[in-house]
Each structure stands twice: as structure tokens, then as C-alpha cells.
Design a protein around this ligand. Structure first.
Ligand SMILES: [Mg+2]
Length: 285
């Protein structure tokens, strides 16, 4: 799960708000591409790092409270500062001694997709009631808005239905609407802003239109805009769904960054998730 999120994130990161010519030339899955802002090829960004933080809270066995999530977000950033965060948020992380300090500094009024992009692991929670509670707890740390909270819950529910109830991707919109009242669109096209609701529609449309991870990755990037978040979420959902053939090219599977929080760390984290949430082991590739 987390490796797939990281592949989507790192592949998409090279194309985040890139000009159309770059997408047309390099969105071939032949290799990771660097981003002009300084993100090296194969390096993941905030989407994966914050998903790691969410995993660490879920694995800790302690309460999945907003304070615990804040602590994990700050800890993961400070031990491994990396590119890709919104400048304002990164500035707050740089100033924050710990989660409590961070919460005293932030004004969490964002309607952007930051709460959604880290919510795939929340689908590991075994009940919808728990997802409802925990997605809210994590979202409000940075995105205490109806859109921020909803977007976290919708991502977690998509993962949960695919993983625990073997639901087909074509059924996800109906189930999400039943449980949240929110209608996922299946006809998104064009550039995706850093917007919570647009991101949900784009992820869902790409999932509906593909049955392989290679097609999924290419479609996510082809939208243009905030494509690393779209690809990270979509690859995370696909990783637990029975609907997708995993044909992610080896050059991407093997080409993720090394280093202390690179591929070996992510593989180990996936292993820990499979032990803690045995249902995930049934989807392991
Ligand atoms: Mg990112």
C-alpha cells in the first residue's frame, strides 16, 4: 500500500503543475522525472510522508487523536525534511518543536486536498464508524473545514470498501454516497487544482477508466495540475482493489529513492501494516 502510494506520488511529482509539453513528452512510464523546483527523480513528497505519519499513528496502538496525528506529522517532517509541501505549512513545520507547538501555530482553515492525500491508510480501519471518527481527527489538524474532513473520509471509505468488502470500483460511488451523501463524479477531465473535492472527482474518474496500474498512473498525470496527490491516492486505492492488474513497470518499482526513508523503509512499513491489519496481506503483490 505505502509503496504504491509512494510510486504514484514520486511519478506524479515530476509533473506537478508542469507544462503540457512536459506531460506529453515524458508521461511514458519509462522513468521517474525530476521537477524543476528541485524534487529529484524518484523522490516522493508530502503525500507519502504524511501517509507514513498516519500509518505510524495507526500502528502505535495508542489513541488516534488529533494530537497524536499532529505529533506524527511534525516528527516525520523533522526527521526527514523534504520538498513538496505548501510553503506555509512547511514554514510551520520548520518552526514547530512538536505536535502541540504546531497546533498552537496553525490556522487549519484549508479546503485543499492535504487531508485527502494522506488518508489511504485510514481505509485499513475495520469499521465505517471508526473511519468516520479517525478521518475527522486527522483532517482537522490542518483542514478543519467540511471539504477537508469529507475528503479524508471519502478516500478512506473507498479503500475500506475495496479491501474489506471486495467491492468493485464501479460500486464505490454508490457506497460513498450512501454513507456520506457526497456524489463522486466519474467524468472529471482537465487540470486538477489543489482542491479537496476536485481531487476526489479526478481520482474516482481515473479509477473508473482503468483496470491496470500503468493506465491509472498515466491518466492521473495526464490531467495536469496537482497530479502527485491524485496519483498517490489512486495508486493507494488500486493497491487494495481486486479490479486492477499490477503492471507498474519495474523501472518505477525499483527506481524509488533509497536512503533512510526510501524504498527499504517503505517496504518494511508495508510489512508492519500487513501484520497489524491481516486483511491487507490478502492483497499483497
Ligand atoms: Mg505532493
Amino acid at each position: 500500500m505505502i509503496v504504491d502510494i509512494a510510486i504514484g506520488d514520486a511519478y506524479g511529482a515530476g509533473f506537478e503543475f508542469a507544462p503540457r509539453e512536459k506531460i506529453e513528452r515524458f508521461n511514458t512510464l519509462m522513468r521517474f522525472v525530476p521537477h524543476e523546483t528541485g524534487i529529484a527523480a524518484g523522490h516522493y513528497t508530502d503525500d507519502t510522508q504524511m501517509s507514513i505519519a498516519v500509518c505510524e499513528v495507526l500502528l502505535s496502538g495508542g489513541p488516534a487523536s488529533s494530537d497524536e496525528f499532529a505529533e506524527a506529522f511534525v516528527r516525520c517532517y523533522r526527521r526527514d525534511p523534504r520538498q513538496g509541501y505548501a510553503k506555509g505549512l512547511q514554514g510551520l513545520f520548520d518552526q514547530s518543536r512538536d505536535g502541540r507547538h504546531f497546533r498552537s501555530l496553525i490556522r487549519p482553515g484549508s479546503r485543499r486536498n492535504g487531508a485527502a492525500m494522506r488518508s489511504v491508510p485510514l481505509g485499513l480501519l475495520a469499521s465505517v464508524a471508526e473511519i468516520d471518527q479517525v478521518s475527522r481527527s486527522q483532517a482537522v489538524v490542518t483542514h478543519d473545514t467540511p471539504e477537508g474532513i469529507l475528503s479524508s473520509k471519502v478516500v478512506a471509505l473507498m479503500v475500506h470498501y475495496a479491501l474489506y468488502q471486495d467491492k468493485a470500483v464501479a460500486e464505490l460511488a454508490r457506497l460513498v454516497e450512501r454513507d456520506t451523501g457526497f456524489r463522486l463524479r466519474g467524468d472529471w477531465h482537465g487540470e486538477v487544482e489543489c482542491d479537496a473535492i476536485q481531487t476526489l472527482h479526478a481520482v474516482h474518474t481515473a479509477l473508473l477508466n482503468n483496470r491496470s496500474t500503468s493506465g491509472l498512473l498515466r491518466d492521473c498525470v495526464n490531467y495536469g495540475g496537482d497530479v502527485d496527490s491524485v496519483a498517490a491516492i489512486a495508486m493507494g486505492v488500486a493497491s487494495v482493489s481486486l479490479d486492477y492488474v499490477d503492471d507498474t513497470p519495474d523501472v518505477l518499482r525499483r527506481g524509488l529513492e533509497a536512503g533512510p526513508y526510501g524504498q527499504p523503509f517503505l517496504l518494511q512499513l508495508d510489512d508492519s501494516l500487513r501484520k497489524r491489519f491481516p486483511r491487507l496481506a490478502s492483497r499483497s503483490r
